[in-house]
Design a protein around this ligand. Structure first.
Ligand code: PRP
Ligand code: URA
Length: 213
């Protein structure tokens, strides 16, 4: 499924799979859950940011002068979808400490499962920056599509989406609506259930991260 789509990447690594398995376990408590989400964000960010542009600059080593690659251009914008995406920000900042951080707030209506937006604040010059939208869960895809709509309305162009667990339904919807956005997935799960939760999934990511179960 999605194997031939170059903008859909399911990251395959035993260390990542192991950490996602710990998140799935309902016995995993808030403290450990949060820490592991941060670690997973580092793994996934390492993969998702591997085409950041660099430029050659001159440095003097203790031995000689040489040309070396350094990150180039406007700084990365990390945009978590609130609430659960917040837990992935620190992992991305570990990789790219000078990144700017925007926030998009939305929650799913319990009946319709449609996203209800309530906040959007993006870094300046968003049209010039590489942007990575982070949210642990891609379920129906409604929240991700809406968040990316909002970013594009403000001029964002170079956008990636990074999640930990995705349902095929959400991947399909996001890819159809925003085919230019490369999607990075830690685990592609089986399906959604009648409440639009991912199966087997990990439950409600926001509640598990913030202890609001
Ligand atoms: C969760 C999750 C995503 C959304 C995914 O947030 O963090 O944002 O659901 O579902 P979708 O793909 O069907 O839109 P939730 O709505 O539970 O809000 P919260 O993070 O504030 O708990
Ligand atoms: N949001 C979550 O947090 N979990 C799901 O399984 C689906 C949406």
């Amino acid at each position: 499924m999605f194997e031939n789509e170059e903008n859909i990447v399911v990251i395959n690594h035993p260390l990542l799979s192991h950490k996602i398995s710990i998140l799935r376990d309902k016995k995993t408590g808030t403290n450990e859950f949060r820490k592991i989400v941060e670690e997973i964000a580092i793994f996934e960010g390492y993969e998702a940011l591997k085409d950041l542009p660099t430029e050659e600059v001159e440095v003097e080593t203790p031995i000689e002068t040489c040309m070396v690659p350094m990150l180039q251009g406007p700084k990365l914008a990390i945009v978590p979808i609130l609430r659960a995406g917040l837990a992935m920000v620190s992992g991305f900042l570990t990789l790219y400490p000078s990144a700017k951080v925007g926030h998009i707030g939305m929650y799913r209506d319990e009946e319709t499962h449609e996203p209800i937006p309530y906040y959007c604040k993006l870094p300046s010059n968003i049209d010039e920056r590489p942007i990575v939208v982070v949210d642990p869960m891609l379920a129906t895809g409604g929240s991700a599509c809406d968040a990316i709509d909002q970013i594009k309305k403000q001029g964002g162009k170079n956008i990636k989406f990074v999640c930990i667990i995705a349902a095929p339904e959400g991947v399909k919807k996001l890819h159809e609506k925003h085919p230019d956005v490369k999607i990075y997935i830690g685990s592609l799960d089986r399906q959604l259930n009648e409440n639009a939760y991912i199966c087997p999934g990990l439950g409600d990511a926001g509640d598990r991260i913030f202890g609001t179960l």
